[in-house]
Design a protein around this ligand. Structure first.
Ligand code: V55
Ligand code: FE
Length: 481
């Protein structure tokens, strides 16, 4: 099968830079002096060039952890590679030893059995530990101050899955971390391991379920009473891999299945709800009122990832693959085995986030990176705006970074400890593509259409990132690892 050509973008060439910069330059506005904490973020950044033709560099590159530390109006920057077992083995050899994304059959024989994880997708803090994670492996712990790698973490032996999601959810009421691993018994297996960890990070609940088919389960939804596993037909199989294909393929004939499990439930409590063929990946938020369970996600009519081929041979469809924020609602009281769908935003975008203090709860404010604006047009691909939506009215405000600029994942940072839901800031890293440098832009979360609160200029470009999170200084001070 022909591979989708992955374009090379000079802005996203590997940086291979482990930097320490004190006092980033504030080129506009003023950094709120009371902000005390760190914005952690991770990007994909290849240490050695791949030996795979047309490799999927965006997913199959080393994790580079970054931190922006705020204290009394001053901001320091740091970046460090995550020293995964894979990174260490390759550094010793001075070259790449691992082959194609998710395909150990293509690795150098010298690394057989070495974990393939890259810790390149998310960086999050729970129970006093800073985790860097990718969904195909257990997480890696980092020192929250120096970003030094502390090592792979298996929850003191309690992680029985081969894998662990990059998108755990932290319940703000209980402090529990709710997470899972898919392909939990190995590549392309339909097994899902579900865990809840107590506020100290100790696993206190585990159950195993099976998906109707094996697929990428990049994210999931957690409410006060339930967890939902979205099974979307970005499928995988061992036979497909053995043919030398990319890990996942799009099946245009397969339904979406939502697996609903009560929190701390077991496989016997699992219920499945079906919907039409759709693409969905990240969850903005989810909540339930006992009867109805709502989950919000940017949903497309078909496959969003051009590099994973369509099983029917159909070419990538840029229109039908646009992801628009959509609410899926499940009625848990009835006999229905389906769910309903309602569009929440006109703009198309991805990287949905909310005020994480509302995780699992009813919420009204969300933010996304936008690539298709309902009224404006820009040339050039990628995310060209940030959109913040009020879900009670559907009204969306936009931040426009200007020409030849793209944005990464916008995150929410609370204004202070007592600020109401959605009151605070949006942090977003902006790529100034004409000038080959990046900026960290701080917006007022309720007024992202107004001039930024502050703009911090980096003296170099930062590669497009995946995910990140704000962690308060008090939490970091309570570190246990
Ligand atoms: C994503 C990113 C990954 C991955 C799987 O949707 C999915 C994003 C950076 O790696 O392995
Ligand atoms: Fe993600």
């Amino acid at each position: 099968m022909d591979r989708f050509p992955i374009p090379e973008d000079p802005f996203d060439a590997p940086m291979r830079l482990e930097a320490d910069i004190t006092d980033l330059e504030c080129v506009q506005g003023e950094v709120p002096a009371h902000l005390d904490g760190t914005y952690y973020r991770v990007v994909v950044d290849r240490h050695y060039p791949s030996f795979v033709d047309n490799d999927l560099a965006l997913f199959n590159s080393d994790g580079m952890a970054m931190s922006f530390t705020f204290h009394k109006g001053r901001v320091d920057f740091k970046s460090r590679y995550v020293r995964t077992p894979r990174f260490v083995a390759e550094e010793k050899a001075g070259k790449s030893l691992f082959g194609a994304y998710h395909n150990a059959l293509t690795d150098d024989p010298s690394v057989a059995g070495v974990r393939r994880g890259l810790a390149n997708t998310n960086i999050f803090f729970h129970g006093g530990r800073l985790y860097a994670s990718k969904e195909d492996s257990p997480p890696i712990l980092l020192d929250p101050v120096t970003l030094e790698t502390l090592g792979e973490y298996d929850f003191q032996g309690a992680l029985t899955s081969e894998t662990s999601t990059a998108h755990p959810k932290i319940d703000p009421r209980t402090g529990e971390m709710v997470f899972f691993g898919y392909a939990a018994k190995g590549e392309a297996t339909p097994d899902i391991a579900y865990y809840e960890a107590d506020p100290n990070g100790q696993i206190i609940h585990e159950t195993w379920i099976r998906a109707p088919y094996s697929c990428m389960i990049h994210d999931f939804a957690v409410t006060q009473n339930y967890v939902v596993f979205p099974i979307v037909p970005l499928r995988s199989s061992i036979e497909w891999l053995e043919k030398g294909n990319p890990q996942f393929f799009w099946d245009p004939n397969e339904d979406v299945h939502l697996g609903v499990l009560p929190r701390k439930g077991t496989d016997k409590d699992l219920r499945w709800f079906r919907g039409s063929n759709r693409f969905a990946s990240h969850i903005m938020g989810a909540y339930d009122d006992g009867r109805y369970l709502h989950l919000d996600s940017p949903v497309a009519e078909t496959n969003y990832f051009p590099w994973f081929p369509d099983l029917s041979g159909a070419p990538y469809n840029p229109d039908r693959s646009k992801t628009r924020l959509t609410r899926w609602t499940i009625d848990l009281s009835g006999e229905s085995e389906t769910f309903t769908e309602r569009r929440l935003m006109d703009a198309a975008g991805e990287f949905p986030r909310m005020d994480d203090r509302q995780e699992t709860l009813d919420y009204n404010w969300g933010v996304m990176a936008i690539n298709d604006h309902p009224e404006q047009h820009k040339t050039g691909g990628g995310f060209r705006w940030v959109g913040a939506v009020d879900l009670s009215s559907g009204r969306t405000k936009y931040y426009d970074p200007g020409e030849n600029s793209t944005v990464g994942e916008p995150i929410f940072v609370p204004g202070n400890d007592t600020a109401g839901p959605g009151a605070g800031y949006v942090f977003v890293v902006v790529a100034r593509r004409d000038h080959m440098h990046s900026e960290l832009v701080i917006l007022d979360a309720q007024h992202i259409d107004r001039p930024p609160v502050a703009t911090l200029k980096l003296p170099m470009r930062l590669k497009s990132g995946l995910h990140g999170n704000w962690v308060g200084a008090d939490e970091i001070a309570g570190r246990t690892a």
